[in-house]
Design a protein around this ligand. Structure first.
Ligand SMILES: *[C@@H]1O[C@H](CO)[C@@H](O)[C@H](O)[C@H]1NC(C)=O
Ligand SMILES: *[C@@H]1O[C@H](CO)[C@@H](O)[C@H](O)[C@H]1NC(C)=O
Length: 370
């Protein structure tokens, strides 16, 4: 956007820029560099930037060392990472600050116009997912929170419902969810594994997702980034229980079956929903490629977690008692489940500007430009 260039004879002051925004742009982002006016983030621990810090009973937490060892000031933030996660990298690429956790904003008089994060570690597509963590925010609950934000947000008060609709139609809605549902299904003796066959379960994941996506569309979302589920059978925790150190082939197989259903659902949704555009990230494919050619990405350790204890450092999560590696940039996994900052950065690059090899039918940069 041309805010700066429209002012001749020098760098505009902050006040000038803001004034121009108000006068000229009114209903679009008042951020000269941003590719979207806002980012609303939904999902699980891959993109949680601190919501679970505010859930007193939750066992899915990362607000203690050694998480955040590479974050500004080396402090834990609630991110399940040594540093930043994909939510941070995506926001940076869009040109906006990372959307703050919704639960950190309860009671504040205003909400940030540039977006909010609802992502919650341990959360899933199904309401029952994450029960073992006592307290998580399910996808459905995240959407309920978004509907409250939409109703109360400064943007609706300032711009009126029509202006808010335009704002939301340009906004990026990013969703990273599904892994925890599959982990739950493949936990021995879980209620869902007794109730459903694997095919019925992935179908239920997809149909539930579709219902929630319809709701999001109804609330004004038009540009949606959706990630599939990665090769989660290759997490250190899964490799640990395989005698050969190989991936859990069943978990990987059903991840691909779920992703297949998700892709079809998205095509279907687009046909049924006028104006809806999406960017689907085949994170499974990208991850498989990363395991095959780690050196291309400067990675050398694809099996063992960086922070943990015991076999593959997967006998314990990343807790203060755990050890952690010095070569964080060469590890794929930070802990028994989560990628390092380095890998989140690699995936965010693909997501934002990668080719159709992994981004279908377009990448996020293209999604925001259409
Ligand atoms: C899931 O939880 C939401 C509230 O967060 C509720 O509205 C919805 O009916 C629940 N879905 C099912 C299938 O129980
Ligand atoms: C264990 O890993 C091997 C490859 O090393 C794979 O062929 C086998 O299917 C895996 N076992 C399970 C239960 O996934």
């Amino acid at each position: 956007m041309a805010v700066a260039t429209s002012v001749t004879g020098g760098v505009p002051t902050m006040t000038t820029a803001v004034l121009l925004c108000v006068l000229v742009l009114r209903i679009t982002a008042c951020n000269a560099q941003a590719a979207a006016p806002a980012v609303y983030m939904f999902g699980d621990s891959l993109v949680d930037v601190g919501n679970n810090n505010f859930l007193p009973l939750s066992l899915a937490k990362a607000d203690f060392p050694h998480n955040g060892v590479d974050f500004a000031a080396g402090k834990p933030t609630g991110r399940f990472s040594n540093g930043m996660n994909a939510a941070d990298f995506i926001a940076k690429k869009v040109g906006l600050p990372t959307s703050p956790p919704y639960l950190s904003l309860i009671g504040s008089a205003t909400l940030p116009i540039t977006g909010v994060s609802f992502a919650s570690g341990g959360g899933g597509i199904l309401n029952s997912t994450g029960e073992q963590f006592k307290q998580v925010i399910s996808f459905a609950q995240q959407l309920e929170y978004f509907s409250l934000v939409r109703a109360n947000a400064k943007l609706v008060r300032q711009l009126g419902p029509a202006g808010a609709d335009v704002h939301l139609s340009k906004t990026l809605f990013a969703i990273v969810i599904g892994s925890n549902d599959l982990f739950a299904y493949f936990t021995t003796g879980s209620a869902v594994s007794i109730k459903y066959t694997p095919q019925q379960f992935v179908d239920l994941m997809v149909s539930t997702y579709k219902g929630l996506l319809k709701m999001l569309y109804g609330l004004g979302a038009r540009k949606v980034m959706v990630t599939g589920v990665g090769a989660i059978g290759c997490c250190p925790i899964q490799r640990k229980s395989n005698k050969t150190g190989g991936c859990n082939t069943g978990l990987n197989y059903w991840s691909t079956k779920y992703n297949d259903g998700l892709k079809l659902m998205l095509q279907d949704m687009q046909l049924q929903s006028s104006g809806l555009k999406y960017a689907y990230f085949d994170i499974y494919g990208a991850m498989t490629n990363l395991f095959l050619e780690p050196q291309t990405y400067g990675l050398t350790e694809i099996k063992k977690a960086c922070c943990g204890l015991g076999n593959l450092y997967a006998d314990a999560p990343c807790i203060p008692l755990s050890s952690y590696c010095l070569s964080r940039k060469s590890h794929v996994f930070w802990d028994l489940y989560h990628p390092t900052e380095a890998v989140s950065s690699i995936f965010s690059d693909i997501l934002y500007s990668g080719s159709q090899q992994y981004m279908v039918p377009m990448n996020v940069e293209q999604l925001l430009a259409v």
